[in-house]
Ligand binder design. Structure first.
Ligand SMILES: [Zn+2]
Length: 275
């Protein structure tokens, strides 16, 4: 039988592949990538069934019933499907083997020295330092127009506020530029000067653009879906990001690149109101 290739998967695929399958083996390479003792990591997971997966901002949530795994892969981290069990190493920092019918399923969470794979009891995960500081996920019920209006009722530049993970979880640099272009708002606008209509547009554009990005599995270079290690197709749908010097798709004005909130920022000077 030919060896199965190594394949990059994304969090949605983890659910498809591993849901309702039991963990046969689990191990981590280094003690500092998890919040439990390395031998505890395996003990707590083996015998448990993956009930589902979720996403909390940039964190993948793995629901094992009595245990909840929080995985933060950070920039170059990936979920890889390995052909067979392999002891974790520096590259494949955490490895889980699942039982059940069909082909063997071994998932490696790579390069976790920059991220982590923490285990919590259900309900306890809210105490995770990153999660307790995270604002609502854009697809959650808490992310209402009213919530966004209150989060943006400050004098700071709208781009800086949208990048602040404690206000909205998971919006990365690329998507903030795309959302603000779609809403016709310049990134340097003081948030407190936004009209109700503009806040409405930003809210709708956030869900619309992130929704399409998830469908197309992200871009290759943004944080929102880089967390899942995906080479995405959404980059071909970007309207301003990486398009400096090109004509605006709406009005033909040249897209400019500047620096706002410390980040490379792409805008159409004609379509986006500066104030
Ligand atoms: Zn334009």
């Amino acid at each position: 039988m030919p060896e199965l290739p190594e394949v990059t998967v994304i969090s949605e695929d983890v659910a498809d592949l591993a849901s309702q399958r039991e963990v046969l083996r689990a191990a981590v390479f280094r003690p500092d990538v998890t919040n439990v003792e390395p031998e505890e990591f395996g003990k707590r997971l083996v015998g448990r069934t993956l009930r589902g997966t979720g996403r909390w901002g940039k964190i993948i949530v793995l629901d094992f019933g009595e245990v909840v795994g929080l995985v933060h892969l950070v920039i170059s981290g990936r979920v890889l499907r390995l052909p067979e069990w392999r002891e974790p190493d520096r590259m494949n920092t955490a490895v889980l083997e699942f039982g059940g019918e069909g082909e063997p399923l071994v998932l490696a969470f790579t390069r976790l020295w920059l991220g982590y794979f923490d285990l919590y009891q259900p309900g306890e995960e809210d105490r995770h330092p990153l999660i307790s500081r995270l604002g609502p996920d854009p697809f959650s019920e808490e992310f209402t127009v009213e919530y966004l209006a209150s989060a943006l009722s400050r004098k700071a530049k709208v781009k800086g506020l949208l990048l602040d993970q404690s206000l909205v979880a998971g919006l990365g640099n690329i998507y903030v530029d795309e959302v603000l272009f779609s809403a016709g708002v310049h990134p340097t606008r003081k948030a407190s000067t936004l009209t109700a209509d503009e806040i409405h547009s930003i809210h709708a554009a956030t869900r619309d653009i992130l929704g399409r990005a998830i469908e197309l599995r992200g871009t290759t270079f943004d944080s929102y879906h880089d967390a899942f290690g995906e080479t995405g197709k959404f980059q071909h749908h970007l309207k301003v990001f990486t398009r400096a010097g090109e004509p605006c798709s709406q009005c033909g004005t040249t897209i400019v690149k500047s620096r706002v909130a410390g980040r490379g920022t792409h805008t159409c000077p004609a379509c986006q109101r500066a104030g």
